[in-house]
Write a protein that binds this ligand. Sequence first.
Ligand code: NAP
Length: 289
Amino acid sequence: MSDRGRTTVVVDGKAISAEIRGGLASQVRRGVEAGLRPPCLAVVLVGDDPASTSYIKGKRRACGRVGIESREIDLAATASEAEVLAAVESLNRDAGVDGILVQLPLPKAVRPERVAAAIDPAKDVDGLHPLNAGRLVAGLPGPRPCTPLGILEILDRHGVALEGRRAVVLGRSAIVGKPVSLMLLERNATVTVCHSRTRDLADRVREAEVLVAAVGRARMVRGDWIRPGAAVIDVGVSVVDGQLVGDVDFEAALGVAGLITPPRGGVGPLTITMLLRNTVEAWRARLGG
Ligand code: NAP
């Protein structure tokens, strides 16, 4: 078969999400019918970045549809780190809140690692608290970051075998690259992590039976970097000429990859779905629902 002769499965992240969200809505309904209060996710927004405001709107809508209550604390862009930490502390103490999310990016004056460390680890639905990051490294259960969870969900639902396979992860951020590398390793893949100092990047990518691209550089992965038949998960989001594009040249990958996530409706919906799932799990752990 020629390199462009195969049928590439294009992942429908919305359909996978709809199925999972349906299951979450049933769990919430059963808990509420049994007398529990509904789950509650609190979001802290600092400033009024339009992209963040729109993400939060999407999250609030998604919460509503599965029966999760959402609460929002809006702070001015000029808020100090102490003010953000105080908002997090008040949500930690609030027995009616199950999950806390602080929307990134934060203004320069506020250190994201200080904020992540201030969240009650039991309410850490983003999985970024150092204790939960440590649990991942140690192979212990705990909330995992949402985008890596969504990636694993996509691979599993398409029956992509991981054990013994060569996985290459582009990017080493605390929110995507590092945790997904560890989660693939936990599933017995042989994992290579690449970053801005990696030499011979195209050659590393060509080795990948499973490729996760989480860089944020439009179409940096060319079609001829992709190993024929590879499962390609494109996390990157860039806007070029008003169009959403990923880290992978999607058109060039069609007919070469075995499976690929599209720039829109791929990984994105799963990230929100995993946030909902982490919130429902935190609620069940808290209330026994
Ligand atoms: P990040 O913190 O900016 O990390 C980017 C990573 O890419 C870094 O590790 C960096 O290496 C590496 N990198 C930069 N230039 C590179 C190059 N030329 N070659 C190889 N590696 C390079 O980004 P992030 O938060 O992980 O997000 C990555 C992308 O995913 C962004 O586009 C973001 O918007 C998107 N995203 C999407 C979702 C979703 O749900 N769809 C969720 C989260 C993120 P160094 O460490 O050496 O600097």
